[in-house]
Write a protein that binds this ligand. Structure first.
Ligand code: ZN
Length: 299
């Protein structure tokens, strides 16, 4: 009898031990599950945070773009001595400044929003007068003398003064100032951090350099644009056109007939620009092509 009691006691001790062990195991499992759950939530939170931060950054950039346009516009009205409009724009700027300061995100005219990027691409959407087809790459880098092409729409028949078969052919600024600081094509946007197409060539011309019409033609646009600043577009023959941006001042008006080599304006840093330069575009039927192939002559 005593032996049985002892055996029972022994057995119950074993059961008790096993049960404690089982409790330990399930407790450990719960802890592990909880750790995993915390880890998953942390990951979810991180990806959510990253997404929101990217959205916020994008919004800030868009807001900054808008703010820059407003300050550009104010500069323009001040230059034009249109005090009434300058005051209206100034009120808008003050209003935005107050809000941004209250939000702890003070705005300023950034130098980092570099010229010649998305801002320029945007113009084609805003300005329906300029035909533009978005192309990610240029299929043909060669210049095809387009003498046989029909003259587009209302383009006036223009006699070409030069013997050159390529239109346009003249480098639009003096030889010694024709230093290319940014080429045509894809380039990394300084703030967006992704490649954006540059539709023209930038020449580090400094301020006040004479800008020439690259070929005979008709001025179809000569106005201030918040991104391009003082901006000229000339239509040439065969559906060719050229654009000149960020000019300090214009020497021609819309509708003027211009001769190749004629001074049409002076380089500057108007619109969205980080410093005095000439942004120059050559377009074939409205599509920007590499101007490098059209810098055949210079003076
Ligand atoms: Zn440019």
């Amino acid at each position: 009898m005593k032996k049985l009691k002892l055996s029972l006691l022994f057995l119950s001790i074993i059961i008790a031990c096993l049960s404690v062990d089982a409790q330990e195991t399930s407790k450990k499992k719960l802890q592990d599950d909880f750790e995993q759950f915390k880890k998953n939530r942390e990951q979810d939170f991180q990806s959510f945070k990253q997404k929101r931060e990217a959205e916020l950054k994008k919004m800030q950039l868009e807001y900054q773009d808008y703010y820059n346009e407003m300050t550009g516009l104010k500069k323009y009205y001040v230059q034009k001595k249109d005090t009434v409009k300058a005051k209206v724009v100034d009120d808008i700027i003050s209003y935005e400044t107050n809000i941004s300061e209250a939000l702890g995100q003070p705005l300023k005219v950034t130098e980092e929003v570099k010229y010649g990027t998305t801002a320029e691409n945007k113009i084609y959407k805003i300005n329906p007068r300029i035909k533009y087809e978005s192309k990610t790459e240029e299929k043909n880098d060669e210049v095809t003398p387009s003498v046989n092409h029909p003259v587009q729409g209302e383009t006036p028949k223009i006699e070409e003064a030069s013997s050159s078969a390529v239109t346009p052919s003249l480098t639009p600024l003096p030889k010694q100032k024709a230093i290319i600081t940014s080429p045509f094509g894809m380039r990394n946007h300084p703030t967006l951090g992704r490649p954006v197409k540059h539709n023209g060539i930038d020449f580090g011309s400094g301020r006040g350099t004479e800008i020439y019409a690259a070929s005979n033609g008709k001025v179809v646009l000569a106005e201030f644009n918040s991104s391009f600043g003082n901006y000229i577009v000339i239509e040439h023959k065969d559906g060719q056109s050229t654009a000149y941006a960020h000019l300090d001042r214009l020497a021609v008006s819309k509708g003027d007939a211009v001769a190749k080599g004629q001074i049409i304006g002076y380089s500057g840093s108007t619109g969205r620009s980080t410093g005095p330069h000439l942004h120059y575009e050559v377009r074939t039927n409205g599509t920007p092509v590499n101007p490098k192939d059209y810098l055949i002559e210079s003076k």
